[in-house]
Design a protein. Sequence first.
Length: 537
Amino acid sequence: MYEDYNDQYEPYDGYGPPDVHTESYDRYRHVPDAVKKFLPYFRSCINEGMIFEIQNLYENTFPKISEQLFEKQSWPEEADIAHLVENDTVFLILYKELYYRHIYARMQGPNLEQRFGSFYNYCDLFNYILKPEEPVQLELPDQWLWELIDEFVYQFQSFSQYRANLSNKTDEEIEYLNTHDKIWDILCVLNVLHYLVDKSKIKSQLEVYASGGDPDSVAGAFGKLSLYKMLGYFALIGLLRLHSLLGDYYQAIKVLENVEIYKKSAYSHVPGCQISTAYYVGFAYMMMRRYADAIRTFSGILLYIQRTKQLFTTRSYQNDQINKQTEQMYDLLAICLVLHPQCIDESLQQALRERNYHEKMYKMQYGDLVEFESCFLFACPKFLSSTAPTPDSKREDFTRNAIKHQAQVFMDEVVQQKMLPTIRSYLKLYTTLPLSKLATFMCSSSRPDENWDLDKEVASLTIHLLCFKHKMKNIVWTKGASGLDGKFQSGSELDFYIDHDMIHIADTKVAHRYGDFFIRKILKFEELNRKLHLIKI
């Protein structure tokens, strides 16, 4: 087996470009021995469909060679290694996918030629998979298929940001980009993802799967194969991410209408895919003001990460991305809990305390808009504009325009709710409270030395109380519904109504049923004692 030779090569201590004074040199001599052994075996496993061995080579051996031999440089180019794999076209396409991905992950940044080269290689790969009238006989691990789609969307995102920065480009570069405007075009990326979804018939499969039927009955010749089925599913998540980056949150959730977001299934077993899905779904819910659904989404995936955190300790750019998204989701969870307070799992409360989020949440509760914006800018996706700058645009960096726009949309919502935490804190202390008295409390806490008109303050307070009622009512997902559906209900822990000049407050929080909790724990310990007794016998 290949594992036996994984440790046989020594760490490579440097090979560089050939002597510039030598015109004719053998490129083969400049490819490390480990690569000479690895690539032919890798190709053989792919051609023979040895899926478990491919997974081992992809997840363990390739990263290990990358770390030891190519930490700050690229893998050998296609021309250098083509003879090692007998110019196998399909394998060379897969190799180049890994080659360009390594450049994006480990080097300072791809140049324009590499960005274009990666795009053309993805075109070759998807044409090979999607163009034939019969399914291609290619098997790849689900982890690779997920990271292939995820990287495809990431590289589009990276190119869009590169394209939007005109401040560091010459006129020749800008003209070249404008004449090649179909490279990494958004319509091309959307077309590929939708084609993968349609070819695999994954939506029909998910619909049948959710109802307990056999997905293969509607899969067709392509969708029955793991390659197409999983590429179709991951393409849905790619569309979720892409629509979120463009700020179309309704469509982002819409593409997952047949995906059971809150239930683990046979389609969602890749950890990176699960985490990315939860991040973008939760963020879309937050921006749609569905805070209860956002909190449930973030809480569920963060609890999952807590249980499986040992999976993400090894150093790789995929795990680095997962760990970053985890930190971002804690910030988003903190924002949602401030805007829509509710109980969450005690272990998440502890995690928030350990990460010192309570100070951030305290500032946000008291209307610190700077803290809100800071948390949002750290945790939000790197938004994109759907169109590139025009040829006659100023030589400026337009990269952050989309982020600024989305941040402003979010901050407008926060400003509307700025007074609600203070109102909530006063209402919790009373069962009845005159409007004039609450207005006095509010004014004394915000403008202690300012002369004020009571009637005007009461009128303003009435508006804030109506805002409280409005903002605390949201569509909340219910079991069996699609991601966009749910019931319109209040998520506030207290309710109130105004009768003439008096506010009547009712605490709607259901008291904890401690008796049931202790009974469950007693029964659990009795079961454990019984098992221990049987073991001793």
